[in-house]
Design a protein around this ligand. Structure first.
Ligand SMILES: Nc1ncnc2c1ncn2[C@@H]1O[C@H](COP(=O)(O)OP(=O)(O)O)[C@@H](O)[C@H]1O
Ligand SMILES: [Mg+2]
Length: 259
């Protein structure tokens, strides 16, 4: 099972790329679980799941933490054991067999930071990695910026996708993300420069990221993505022949070709 983290500045296209990639992989027969760690909970919408149907991890965090915590610490057999049954209420089915887990949002103004819910996701991912063969890929979508790395969630992850636009601000966030994922020992990193309009955009990004990334790929700027978003549809359904989806397919091929 491969654990993969997506990071980058807000609005660069993390959720768009992740959700299309997840469904493409699922169509190839892989079992894919996506975890939305963005309190804005956009990933569910991208995957066509109504927010009303979601039971998030935060909705039942105390119980879940107790189960996962005691399970991972391997207390004696009288302690509560976590089984996949226990997780069922949190696992939502999406198109093509993709499964979604939502971390949850901040329930009210002043409710505090995301440390606790992110640490719960960390427990959950560790449990899934060590105790089940259920999934081939776990994708973690993060909120804007690099906070996700500060919580150590991605340590022991296999791959980090750093998504960026070809703009100085977004490339700065990308560089920081690459460094932090490297600090956590993430084995491999792929930068995807999204919304590339002309070749010079990609060249600028490559110059700026020189030496910081193992692989840099691009996804073209595509009005079809915007139109799909306006319709509340995913690119894959709305415009399967679009240029950006072809680029995302190349990203998928490359991802599968690396260990
Ligand atoms: N390749 C693309 N071409 C044009 N617009 C895009 C592209 N990728 C994403 N977008 C648009 O950018 C906006 C932000 O995308 P989103 O995936 O939500 O970003 P993030 O998850 O990084 O915040 C959305 O309005 C989306 O339609
Ligand atoms: Mg997003």
């Amino acid at each position: 099972m491969k654990r993969i983290i997506f990071s980058g500045k807000g609005g660069v296209g993390k959720t768009t790329i992740l959700s299309n990639l997840a469904r493409l992989l699922a169509r190839d027969g892989y079992k894919v679980l996506v975890i939305d760690c963005d309190p804005s909970m956009n990933l569910a919408m991208s995957l066509g799941i109504s927010l009303d149907d979601i039971v998030s991890l935060a909705d039942d965090s105390a119980h879940l933490r107790e189960m996962l915590g005691s399970h991972m610490e391997e207390h004696d057999e009288h302690e509560m054991e976590c089984t996949e049954e226990d997780l069922h209420e949190f696992i939502l089915p999406a198109a093509d067999g993709v499964r979604l887990i939502v971390m949850g949002t901040i329930p009210f103004g002043g409710a505090g930071c995301l440390c606790a819910p992110i640490s719960l996701v960390r427990l959950l991912v560790n449990y899934l990695a060590s105790d089940t063969e259920e999934y081939d890929f776990i994708f973690v979508d993060s909120q804007a910026g690099v906070e996700i790395f500060g919580r150590g969630l991605a340590s022991e992850f296999d791959l980090s996708f750093v998504i960026t636009e070809p703009t100085p601000k977004s490339l700065e966030v990308a560089k920081h993300g690459l460094k932090l994922a490297g600090d956590l020992g993430v084995k491999r990193q792929i930068v995807v420069v999204n919304k590339v309009e002309v070749d010079e955009d990609l060249q600028t990004a490559k110059r700026e990221l020189d030496g910081n990334a193992q692989q840099i790929m691009s996804v073209s700027y595509d009005q079809e993505v915007v139109e799909a978003d306006k319709k509340g549809a995913l690119l894959l359904d709305y415009s399967p022949q679009s240029s950006s989806l072809q680029d995302i397919m190349k990203v998928k091929q490359f991802m599968l070709s690396v260990e």
